[in-house]
Design a binder for this molecule. Structure first.
Ligand SMILES: [Zn+2]
Length: 503
């Protein structure tokens, strides 16, 4: 058998002013053809899973474009036209050069393109135009997918991650590859049920290590073990996209049993609705969090959940830094602060120099003002490291040229400034610049949940803090205009019944 592999990925925060241009894909992850296979082999990633499963099953993979850019505002039309153009070209060549038995895709589920709300449906529609209605097309999706009904109709099967932090992308990729083989052999005939659940779920409450999310995942797995069920996916959605399909959703595929699919999907949807309050969050205030971290046994990790670049924020929010300085905090580190201007200034000055820095607060006016302060240039690196934690293990990360600035002398506050906008989800992002997080009192990480996979065993305690930012759990900071209404908790008193929906 021969499958084409591809996928254009982005998680779009429509409130962000930062466009996802072609260069942002190249900076982060863009591979086409054999490079895709060569670079993903041996990694615990989606493509790494496709490769290993295909080898096990004796399937030949035809690699096209697979890419993702850091979450931000919409994908530009230029970037989209180029990426989808290359994909469709590779698809036509694959069809001409031999029989093709299926499309094995890795998409995200929350991609917005300039002028197109539903990036995944657009991708699937365009590849369907080339391969026709009968070719099996399947895709893996992120747990943050704002899946549309159209996507569920254009793809034969969807398999979403079951974990946040996303530590099962490899396993789900293996599962998806096995399912595509069975589809291509016509061993299964999917009957699909899909439900939108009108809940805006906070990212921090989507952590799958904590109830109710952990219980929802357990129910999903129990349903998948029932006879006749092929696969079930729960998606908590990506709330910072002001588009009609943004909400929680569930997807169940059975082997030719529509009634069973409907019943299982209803059960999953009902669970989410009954636990809707548990999908909200109330983090600590900034000063409260900083004082707590200073007075408690360390290391205490302060999660800057409102400035999570993995959710499309500027990653240069300064409120926690400002509070640390005001409280004379010691032995603190901030990872990571996106500030290419300060990086250049520090590189020009050199290691050992003291600079008049204007740290952070430059991308937009939503993440605090720059902090103007004298800082010592301690370290300069190329920003490259290999992920050692459970997420994307063995894959490469690149922060661009990176500097460590030290405020308040030895043992003061270290700020890791990067050239690329990146989240410190893997502790190697700190170790690669000479900082051992276990040896600090306060570790500030700009991330909502992913950091937990690697940092939880390294720190004594984690405190979620809400500074202002484009991934704030505080919905009142956002002017939603285009969500399908009513939606909880914006329409707090609303009633909803899953039986009112149809498959
Ligand atoms: Zn995600």
């Amino acid at each position: 058998m021969r499958f084409l592999v591809g996928g254009i990925n982005h998680e779009t925060n429509t409130f962000s002013p930062i466009p996802a241009e072609m260069q942002r894909f190249r900076d982060m992850h863009y591979d086409r053809g054999q490079d895709l296979i060569d670079r993903a082999r041996g990694t615990r990633t989606v493509i790494g899973g496709f490769i290993d499963a295909a080898e096990q099953l004796g399937v030949e993979l035809v690699p096209s474009v697979h890419c993702f850019a850091m979450p931000s505002g919409s994908v530009t039309r230029d970037a989209w036209d180029q990426l989808i153009g290359e994909t469709l070209e590779d698809l036509r060549v694959a069809l001409e050069t031999g029989p093709l038995d299926g499309l094995l895709l890795g998409l995200h589920g929350a991609m917005v393109i300039e002028g197109i709300d539903d990036g995944e449906a657009e991708y699937l529609r365009l590849v369907r135009e080339v391969v026709g209605p009968d070719m099996p097309v399947v895709t893996e999706l992120d747990l943050h997918a704002n899946t549309s009904r159209e996507t569920t109709e254009l793809a034969d099967l969807l398999v979403g991650y079951d974990t946040y932090p996303h530590i099962d992308m490899y396993d789900r990729a293996v599962e998806l590859t096995e399912l595509l083989v069975r589809l291509a052999k016509k061993e299964i005939q999917p009957a699909v049920a899909f439900r939108h659940i009108p809940i805006l779920a906070n990212l921090t409450a989507q952590f799958t290590g904590r109830a109710p999310m952990s219980d929802w995942v357990a129910l999903c797995h129990e349903i998948e073990s029932r006879p006749g069920v092929i696969t079930a996916t729960i998606a908590a959605g990506f709330p910072y996209a002001d588009i009609p399909d943004t909400c929680m959703n569930v997807y169940v595929a059975t082997d030719d049993d529509q009634a069973l699919a409907d019943q299982c999907a209803d059960e999953l949807a009902r669970f989410a609705w009954e636990h809707r309050e548990g999908f909200q969050a109330t983090p600590a205030g900034v000063d409260e969090g900083v004082r707590y971290a200073m007075d408690s046994p360390g290391p205490v990790l302060l999660a800057d959940v409102a400035d999570n670049p993995g959710a499309g924020t500027s990653c240069d929010g300064t409120e926690i830094l400002r509070s640390l300085i005001a409280h004379n905090a010691r032995s603190a580190v901030i990872g990571l602060m996106f500030d290419p201007e300060t990086v250049r200034q520090a590189v020009d000055a050199g290691v050992g120099a003291t600079i008049d820095a204007h740290i952070g607060g430059k991308v937009d006016d939503l993440h605090g003002e720059p902090v103007e302060i004298s800082a010592y240039v301690r370290t300069i690196t190329d920003g490259f490291f290999i992920n050692g934690g459970p997420m994307g293990t063995n894959s490469e990360s690149n922060m661009g040229t990176t500097v460590v600035l030290e405020i308040g002398g030895r043992g003061g506050i270290e700020v890791i400034c990067t050239t690329f906008r990146r989240a410190a989800n893997d502790a190697n992002s700190l170790r690669s610049v000479g900082i051992d997080p276990t040896q600090r009192q306060i570790v500030v990480i700009k991330s909502s949940v992913h950091y937990r996979a690697d940092f939880t065993p390294l720190v004594r305690e984690i405190v979620e803090v809400d500074a202002s930012g484009l991934s704030s759990p505080n919905w009142s900071r956002f002017d939603f205009q285009r969500l399908r209404r009513p939606i909880y908790p914006l329409d707090r008193g609303m009633e909803w019944n899953v039986e009112d929906q149809t498959s």
